[in-house]
Design a protein around this ligand. Sequence first.
Ligand SMILES: [Zn+2]
Length: 219
Amino acid sequence: MSILSNCEIKCSCGETFEAELWKAVNVFDDPDLKEVILSGRFNTVECPKCHKIFYHEHFFIYQDLQNEMIAYIYPQADKVMAADIRKKMLSDFKTLSQGIEELEKIDFEPILYFGIEDLINTIKNEDYIKDEIDILNFIAKRIELDLIKIKPAKARNLCILHTIPKTKKSTGDIKKDIVSGLEQLLEYNPNLVEYENLLARIKQNISCLDEILLHKKEK
Ligand SMILES: [Zn+2]
């Protein structure tokens, strides 16, 4: 669930006031909050004295378990202590997940961001990639393609799409089948930039698929 907390805020005009800010966001429970983050209105406050509206930087946790994403967002200024904060984050996360069934099952690490911008960029990028994956899902039903699903958190780490096509006419070599699958897909729709980049990356070094395939989702 998403959690608000009461914070004391100091405006540049000198006024001090209290406001409620999000310290935990769960986009499954509150999908609107994802839109609020993308729009730049997240954790903004208005000074009661000078009426300036501004973003108040404040630690929060962002949770999107469907996409295997848990992010800890610290203020930008804390970046100088990144190593210590990473350690603290991993131990806090361990404590947090104990006794919470859905969190205990988690087999991926939380992501650490300094400043909300990096979170916004990740969300935007993944929404963009999701459009191409949706198109692949649609096309795969029409042409002879099987889909390989990669664990989303691993796909994010490897900078790769979490759904990859392979041809149904198997040669017995899964790597060759993926190359054929991507070629078939791009022949059908040449406008899929992310898949085109993936094909180029694989053609340059086909063994990059070894690591990717380690993280295949079990069906
Ligand atoms: Zn003010």
